[in-house]
Design a protein around this ligand. Structure first.
Ligand code: AHR
Length: 660
């Protein structure tokens, strides 16, 4: 039920819930006011303010954005058993599958899957079946690209049947054949599969089978549905659409902890992620599962290109969770590795790594302005980051003076852990805070930062609902993987703060971005976008971020709030003069405010608005993906001073057309 609050009483409710100890007398006639001083610019909105951050966590790439459907496609996930694979045969007793290190495709994929099917026949085919990333999605009237390597023991002359079928094998949704007279040496096969009209479901399995007795080895067994822009080895279309809809300006990759790994050997070793996927071993990730490295450096870069966003490249800086490289000569190979990586991204085709990029299919250099050195190096309590950052940053600046280097130790960390021997261009600060904390601190958080220091990059942030359960604590895994409206309110309060200060906060990105919502698939909450193999949905926070990022402009207008719990930000498009006024009401009651627009001659009498409002505990799910979603409407009665009521638990973008 909505309760209308008289203007004068609004503060009482607002302050009470902030825990203030002085409660003003209701007799005092307070007028909650938000004043936008359109004649006073607080600087320019950073053109890169809204971006995305990703890493391999929560099956974000494998089993997520990376559209590969086969889990454990190279049989490296478990050295002891072919997990996610089973024998597919009505005659199971005589059909066996096993890992075979003696028959490897190459040194990158040092194990294959051996199928022994002594009694396979046309009526009793025998094969290998994969259960996918929590199911193989069956789409209606869709073309899939299947591929695999196979070789047969002498005597086998048959074909390999490739199919997408129901988990019990009773229904075949799509099938094809490959490999007439399958050879004794490794050969790559490709098959195109088409499904007919079918109710979309995730109850599929992927089967490769034979219809005559024999022994066949398989390697790199892959299956892709249609991908974004039809790129081979590409990305899932529905997830990409959701990202593009957020209008991100940059992508921070590859991490996060995923950049560092548990050990130096398990860092994101970018050189091993280039070229054909048959040459990529993958590696153990820090989030307790192995990465295929199907998402390699080139895939990250083309992903940026496909979103019209620029890469924000994080380079390994000698710090992994269980190991560390000291600054000085020991770090030098990693300095070179970082320089070469930058050359791969930006160098001319005449350079060694620029030529490699061209060979990998992209002769044109990518745009790059920012390089982040490491990730969360404040965990290195030895204080060696000062030396490691300085060494890497000096080398980058020498070769690429135009690049901006970001330190991963911000002003939110203790002084002794910060970089002292050189001045970082920007510092990365991470904020995983409860909604109550964000609501409390956001009104003046970045207003207090001095403007003479490095710029700020908020490279990870997200509100969680309960301050007693932090995202990294065990209890978090008992909570819903996708946060609710309460979290969106904290997120929006913090975003308004970052926008008001985007002369200083030049970039920011929520983290983590993605989670496969299946039990066991995720390691962290809250996350912005949830999915299973077939469907995806955004948290209320997803919509809040898209609302903010899509309505931004380029000028920061001075804004002040008085006697209201509503938090706000105002920006303007300098060309069209459209003002984007963002209002965040974290209170359980609607809040009336007097909005004063100063420094403009007039404003159009109607404005369009986008509103996201819901009970704090409400959220979206796979079954109700847009239960909490923004609504567009038109607001009339707009004048230089007008009253507006912000809905309870509400986030609003008002688009005001002003003229000077
Ligand atoms: O976003 C999840 C993790 O939080 C990141 O990997 C790490 O950088 C941070 O601690």
């Amino acid at each position: 039920m909505k309760i209308k609050i008289p203007l004068g009483a609004a503060l009482l409710i607002g302050l009470t819930s902030y825990g203030a100890d002085t409660i003003p007398s209701p007799a005092a006639a307070l007028t909650p006011t938000i004043t936008v001083e359109a004649g006073k610019l607080n600087g320019n909105v950073s053109p890169l303010l809204y971006g995305l951050m990703t890493e391999e966590i929560n099956h974000c790439y494998d089993g997520g954005l990376y559209a590969e459907l086969v889990q454990n496609r190279a049989f490296l996930d478990d050295p002891k058993s072919p997990v996610h694979w089973s024998a597919a045969s009505p005659n199971r007793a005589s059909t066996t599958i096993q890992l075979d290190e003696k028959q490897a495709l190459n040194s990158a994929l040092p194990v294959s899957l051996r199928l022994d099917a002594p009694s396979a026949s046309k009526t009793q085919p025998a094969g290998i079946a994969n259960d996918g990333y929590w199911g193989i999605p069956v789409y209606s009237e869709t073309t899939y690209r299947a591929s695999f390597y196979a070789k047969a023991a002498p005597g086998f002359t048959g074909k390999i049947n490739v199919s997408i079928q129901s988990q019990d094998g009773a229904t075949v949704y799509a099938q094809g054949e490959a490999g007439e007279g399958t050879q004794e040496g490794w050969k790559r096969y490709e098959v195109v599969l088409h499904t007919g009209k079918v109710g979309a479901n995730i109850k599929g399995r992927y089967v490769l089978s034979i219809q005559q007795p024999g022994t066949v080895w398989f390697s790199l067994v892959s299956l892709f549905p249609p991908t974004w822009k039809d790129r081979p080895n590409g990305l899932r279309k529905d997830l990409m659409q959701m990202l593009v809809d957020m209008k991100p300006q940059f992508l921070r990759f590859p991490g996060g902890n995923y950049l560092e790994g548990d050990t130096v050997k398990d860092r994101f070793d970018w050189k091993k992620t280039l070229g054909p996927i048959s040459g990529r071993s993958g590696h153990p990730g820090p989030w307790h599962y192995r990465s295929t490295d199907g998402m390699g450096l080139m895939e990250f870069l083309t992903w940026c290109e496909d979103m019209q966003a620029e890469p924000l490249l994080a380079v390994y800086a000698g710090y992994s969770f269980k190991e560390k490289v000291d600054p000085g000569p020991a770090l030098e190979p990693f300095v070179q590795e970082a320089l070469e990586e930058i050359e791969y991204v930006t160098g001319p085709v005449t350079s060694k790594w620029g030529a490699q990029r061209a060979k990998d299919g992209h002769p044109a250099p990518f745009k790059l302005h920012y390089v982040e050195i490491g990730n969360e190096d404040f965990f290195d309590k030895s204080g060696s980051y000062n030396g490691r950052f300085t060494q890497i940053s000096n080398a980058i600046k020498k070769k690429y003076p135009q690049l901006q280097c970001i330190s991963t130790v911000g002003l939110d960390q203790s002084e002794k852990l910060r970089v002292r021997d050189t001045k970082p261009d920007a510092i990365d600060e991470h904020y995983y805070r409860s909604t109550d904390e964000f609501v409390k601190t956001s009104p003046d958080y970045y207003e207090k930062y001095r403007r003479t220091g490095p710029k700020v990059f908020v490279g990870e942030w997200a509100a969680h609902e309960d301050a007693k359960i932090r995202p990294w604590q065990k209890g978090a895994l008992q909570q819903p993987v996708i946060p609710n409206m309460k979290a969106a309110l904290g997120d929006a309060a913090f975003m308004a703060a970052m926008e008001r200060n985007s002369d200083l906060v030049v970039m920011q990105c929520y983290a983590p971005l993605f989670a496969n919502v299946n039990p066991g698939a995720w390691q962290w909450r809250p996350n912005l976008i949830g999915y299973d193999a077939l469907r995806a949905y955004g948290a209320p926070s997803y919509y809040a971020i898209a609302m903010f990022s899509r309505n931004l402009g380029n000028e920061i207008l001075k804004i002040t709030s008085k006697d209201t719990p509503v938090q706000a930000s105002a920006t303007r498009d300098g060309k069209t003069r459209e003002i984007f006024l963002k209002l965040v009401n974290p209170q359980p009651t609607e809040q009336a405010v007097s909005i004063q627009l100063k420094g403009i001659a007039s404003v159009a009498p109607t404005a369009s608005s986008i509103t996201l409002a819901a009970n704090p505990e409400e959220t979206n799910t796979l079954d109700e993906p847009t239960k909490v979603a923004p609504k567009n409407s038109t607001v009339s009665g707009i004048k230089n001073t007008f009253e507006y009521t912000v809905p309870a638990n509400g986030i609003v973008v008002l688009k005001l057309q002003a003229s000077l």
